[in-house]
Design a protein around this ligand. Structure first.
Ligand SMILES: [Zn+2]
Length: 290
């Protein structure tokens, strides 16, 4: 017969064995869990890496596609912007960038996956270079609207038009951190024809052309610079100027006070989509396959 001491020893030995087994199991479990966790986080970071690579690749393709090409053929195509077989629309914004309007327009265009054309003012580009850079990086065409927008200053002579163009190009280059950038595209403040400064404008067209710069006006407008009071009024006006045109260049503004333009834009985009227009920007003309 075992004495009591022997039984106690046996019991505690059993206890130790059970505890060791449990401890080993728990440790093994932790080890397995830890392994799974590390593996998973590794695959998550790998996925992230792959996503980033895909994004970079895509951006690169977009950048490649959005190449600024300027030659006679492109110049002719821009001159004939209103001749087109299909239905297309160019959303163009003048007088920006501004802090209170441009970023919101950019957000909306991003959401709608629409690329527009911005005729920037050099003096504004210097104030908000980061907004210009953002617009550029998001695939919008950055074009040139002169520096001062003061008619008697810019239209002093053909030479002053060219000088304002060049000063603005420099401001854009600085904003983009790219001294190779050349928009080759100007929009005359107030349009290329008519008015008090018509003779100087016509002279400037030749001078710009000799400097590898062409220009574009518009054939539709929201009249957002002419005191429209409501969204409805603006929408009706722009619709009436679009009419049955097949290739539409809409003039709008993204200056700081053009909140109504931004507010009207979603409905205008909806209307243009319903009418079957394809949204294009100047890159599409430049990169068109002939
Ligand atoms: Zn303007």
């Amino acid at each position: 017969m075992m004495d009591l001491v022997e039984i106690e020893v046996k019991k505690s030995k059993k206890k130790i064995i059970i505890i060791s087994i449990v401890a080993t199991l728990v440790a093994a479990l932790f080890l397995v869990l830890g392994f799974i966790f590390i593996n998973q986080s590794q695959s998550v970071s790998k996925q992230k890496e792959e996503k980033l690579l895909a994004k970079e690749k895509q951006e690169h393709i977009i950048r490649e596609k959005n190449k600024i090409i300027y030659n006679d053929s492109v110049k002719q195509k821009i001159k004939k912007i209103y001749n087109y077989d299909g239905k297309r629309v160019f959303l163009t914004f003048d007088d920006g960038p501004s802090k209170s309007v441009t970023p919101f327009i950019l957000d909306l265009l991003k959401q709608e996956n629409i690329k527009a054309t911005f005729f920037t003012l050099g003096s504004r580009v210097e104030l908000y270079p980061e907004i210009v850079k953002r617009a550029y990086e998001e695939g919008h065409y950055i074009a040139n609207h002169g520096y001062s927008h003061i008619y008697k200053q810019i239209y002093c002579s053909a030479q002053t038009v060219l000088e304002e163009y060049q000063k603005t190009e420099q401001a854009i280059q600085q904003a983009l951190g790219n001294t190779e950038f050349h928009s080759h595209l100007f929009r005359f403040p107030g349009g290329s024809k008519g008015g008090k400064y018509d003779a100087i404008k016509q002279e400037a067209i030749s001078l710009l052309d000799a400097n590898q710069v062409t220009y574009v006006d518009w054939n539709a407008l929201t009249a957002d610079s002419a005191g429209m009071k409501t969204k409805e009024e603006m929408l009706e006006y722009v619709k009436s100027t679009i009419g049955n045109k097949k290739s539409v260049v809409i003039l709008m503004h993204d200056a700081g006070d053009k909140i109504l333009t931004y507010e009207t834009l979603p409905e205008l985009i909806k209307y243009l989509k319903e009418q079957g227009y394809e949204f294009q920007n100047i890159y599409d003309i430049m990169n068109e396959v002939e």
